[in-house]
Design a protein around this ligand. Structure first.
Ligand SMILES: NC(=O)c1ccc[n+]([C@@H]2O[C@H](COP(=O)([O-])OP(=O)(O)OC[C@H]3O[C@@H](n4cnc5c(N)ncnc54)[C@H](OP(=O)(O)O)[C@@H]3O)[C@@H](O)[C@H]2O)c1
Length: 218
């Protein structure tokens, strides 16, 4: 499975490096050829142009600033149908960090559904619930069990492909349901971002229920 990454920032580099290290062919493209080349060097990926990455990849990760989504879709020429039927992972967090509230395109219920409507891709919401630095660490770092990656996608090939990429990282994959549930992951991320900004340690947010210790002695 060839993985194409759109974006050259922290998420693109962290996830791209892990997938490349696990033996995947990773292609990476951003709007700047020099930043694409830097990101490729840093991750073990190959730099290319948007069109080439879309054509040659079996699965794509969109890892760009949520405010740039419309512009990036234009740069990718999605109006011509190039993403139709492709599996597209959406890790964006449409959150305004000034007040940690959702910041969605007008009329959209979630960025993931907006992307599906705009592109015809099989969109999977995933990887939006943890900081980029989490993917650079072992999945059990400081935890008693591997951290969980929640995703939202219709059952089927797209969800299975994303599970395979989560398995590559050694994390536990949990699909919370169809893409109509992506709105909950985006809203939950707004809460997580606010908590992290307030100083909550990120490890505490990665396991939903922490294993209980031994009962208190009577
Ligand atoms: N960082 C995290 O911990 C984290 C965690 C979960 C989810 N996310 C989400 O993942 C996405 C990527 O985050 P990140 O931390 O990787 O961001 P980042 O390091 O700031 O990188 C942002 C990427 O978006 C591109 N971009 C911005 N404006 C653009 C435009 N107008 N046209 C084309 N490309 C544009 C940038 O390209 P240039 O370099 O050319 O500007 C860069 O490749 C965001 O939606 C974020 O909410 C981030």
């Amino acid at each position: 499975m060839r993985v194409g990454i759109i974006g050259t920032g922290a998420m693109a580099r962290a996830l791209g490096a892990r997938w490349a290290a696990s033996g995947r062919t990773v292609l990476i493209a951003g709007r700047s050829p020099s930043r694409s080349a830097d990101a490729a060097d840093a991750t073990g990926a190959r730099a290319s142009r948007f069109g080439d990455v879309i054509r040659r990849s079996d699965i794509l990760l969109l890892a760009v600033d949520h405010r740039a989504v419309d512009e990036v879709l234009e740069q990718m020429d999605t109006g011509s149908g190039v993403l139709h039927g492709k599996v597209l992972i959406d890790c964006t967090n449409p959150v305004d960090t000034a007040d940690n509230r959702l910041d969605l395109p007008t009329g959209a219920t979630s960025m993931a559904e907006y992307l599906a409507d705009r592109t015809g891709a099989q969109v999977v919401k995933a990887f939006n619930m943890a900081q980029a630095s989490v993917w650079e660490r072992p999945p059990q770092w400081g935890l008693s069990q591997p951290a969980t990656v929640l995703s939202a996608a219709a059952d089927g090939g797209a969800a299975d492909a994303v599970t395979a990429l989560i398995d590559d990282l050694g994390f536990r994959s949990v699909n919370i349901g169809g893409l109509d549930r992506a709105r909950y992951l985006e809203a939950a991320a707004a809460i997580v971002i606010g908590l992290l900004a307030a100083g909550e340690p990120s490890g505490s947010l990665l396991t939903w229920v922490r294993p209980l210790g031994p009962p208190d002695a009577p």
